[in-house]
Design a protein. Structure first.
Length: 483
């Protein structure tokens, strides 16, 4: 052993980086290697590649105000493109092993709330505005102030409610749950299957997919969701070939004529920045943007801090290195998602898989982003996945988001009641905005009647006032003679 090596061992000194790339990403300094970063990049991609299937299915299964739907092939291209670009940007600019893609929950807001009130281009315009506001809030320091104004347990409730909402969407899309026709004159709004019982091969594929997914998740298999989607797609292709099936719904599982195709970028740039305000009204549009911001805020902050902590990158004060730059890039990802018509993009907790493989720097993102880039040419494969094969993933995601319910103090009614209303209202009203509003309004009311109104920050008072206007907009319009 040389004298230099002995000194390094005694002092804990980090050996000098062998090349410029290593120095830029601080690979050696953070105790990593190129091999670990590459393995980490692959691991992260394969644990989150399911979004290439789910995002087109969630957005493609909804219709906008005018009855228009988005092409799943174009959506797959947009999803892969934005994920590729922004994951690489996060790696180079933020130097964290933190991949970015279309956010689950955020895409549900776009598909099942925004699009119902406006055109797709208007909805994507609101996503762009959301991202721009987040960037502005980061630059002014208000992002942290807004987050601090909302009780932590209410933030947890928002995530839980979105999880139940996503799971409900999965059950409905797969045909496991269906709406009872109004002609039945019943007070029961939904039922099992299409006729009160499960019928048909597609629903069986879904049920088997749920069992497979939960088994893999319970065993903590890496890439469980992606494995389930791929396996059940193969099963669906076989079933479709041997059984007489009337319809699979949006997508029929058939082997494509070709595996590789040129990406279709038709949806990129297809957004209207302020059209949503004219279509839905200023107040409604403002609250919709606020809903997107809330969902993005808390999900991103928790993910960024959690992944950084797991990688051992937090400083002595528990702060993420370069947090301002990282948060700004996350806001820019929302902008890019709207511009690309892929819905708001954000940091992914699945990046933990890469960290588990040893990734500690943004170099891993170059690998993950590169694989998303490769996926741009595999849209024929991505568009054969039926809803019944992908929907079990929504059930699994719903469960994972539901686990945050343990952080809520159910014995303290002043937070438990608003949390319950937040969680329950989202799936029951089929609206994330309504759930957040119910939680905020009830929280402020309870604090007030308990004589503790001063504990509510002015930001939360302001937001609650907006929600009160939102809920009371119809009687107010009648009183004012607006219509």
């Amino acid at each position: 052993m040389s004298e230099t090596q002995k000194v390094d061992q005694r002092t804990g000194a980090v050996p000098p980086a062998p090349n410029r790339v290593d120095r830029y990403f601080r690979i050696t300094e953070r105790g990593s290697t190129f091999g670990r970063e590459i393995r980490g990049g692959f691991a992260t991609f394969f644990t989150m590649a399911y979004i290439l299937v789910l995002n087109p299915i969630i957005l493609g299964s909804a219709k906008d105000k005018y009855g228009h739907t988005l092409d799943t092939g174009q959506l797959a291209t947009a999803t892969a493109l934005v994920a590729c670009v922004m994951t690489i940007v996060m790696g180079v600019g933020g130097n964290l092993p933190l991949a970015i893609a279309a956010g689950l929950g955020l895409n549900a807001v776009v598909a099942f709330q925004l699009a119902l009130l406006m055109s797709w281009s208007d909805a994507m315009g609101l996503v762009v505005i959301e991202g721009l506001i987040i960037c502005l809030l980061v630059l002014t320091g208000l992002r942290r102030a807004i987050m601090d104004a909302i009780p932590q347990q209410l933030k947890q409730a928002i995530g839980v409610g979105i999880g139940l909402f996503i799971a409900f969407i999965g059950f409905v899309d797969a045909g496991f749950v269906s709406r009872i026709p109004d002609a039945a004159h019943t007070t029961v709004p939904v039922q099992l299957g299409a006729v009160g019982r499960l019928t048909g091969w597609p629903v069986l594929v879904f049920c088997l997919g749920v069992l497979l997914t939960i088994a893999l998740v319970a065993r903590k298999v890496r890439g469980a969701i992606l494995i389930s989607i791929v396996t059940m797609t193969v099963v669906a292709i076989v079933v479709d070939a041997v059984a007489d099936i009337r319809s699979w719904g949006l997508t029929t599982p058939k082997v494509p004529d070709r595996l590789v195709a040129a990406p279709d970028f038709a949806l990129v740039g297809h957004f209207s920045l302020f059209g949503g305000f004219a279509e839905a009204g200023v107040l409604t549009a403002v609250l919709l943007v606020f809903t997107l911001i809330l969902s993005d805020f808390f999900d991103a902050m928790g993910t960024i801090v959690g992944i950084s902590a797991e990688a051992g990158l937090l400083d002595e004060g528990g702060q993420v290195p370069g947090i301002g730059r990282v948060l700004f890039i996350d806001g820019a990802a929302a902008v890019a998602g709207g511009v690309g018509s892929a819905s708001s993009n954000t940091a992914y907790i699945e990046s933990a898989a890469g960290v588990g493989e040893g990734a500690r720097t943004g170099f891993a993102n170059l690998v993950t982003g590169g694989l998303f880039g490769l996926a741009l040419f595999l849209t024929p494969l991505l568009t054969i996945v039926p809803l019944q094969a992908a929907a079990p993933a929504l059930i699994a995601v719903g469960f994972l988001m539901m686990t945050h319910v343990k952080h809520i103090d159910w014995d303290t009614y002043e937070i438990a009641i608003p949390a319950f209303l937040t969680i329950a209202a989202m799936p029951f009203t089929y609206s994330i905005t309504d759930g957040i509003g119910a939680g905020f309004v009830s929280y402020v009311v309870i604090k007030t009647v308990l004589g503790r109104a001063r504990e509510v920050g002015w930001l939360l008072w302001g937001v609650t006032a907006l929600f009160l206007l939102y809920f009371a907009i119809d009687p107010l319009e009648q009183v004012l003679g607006v219509r």
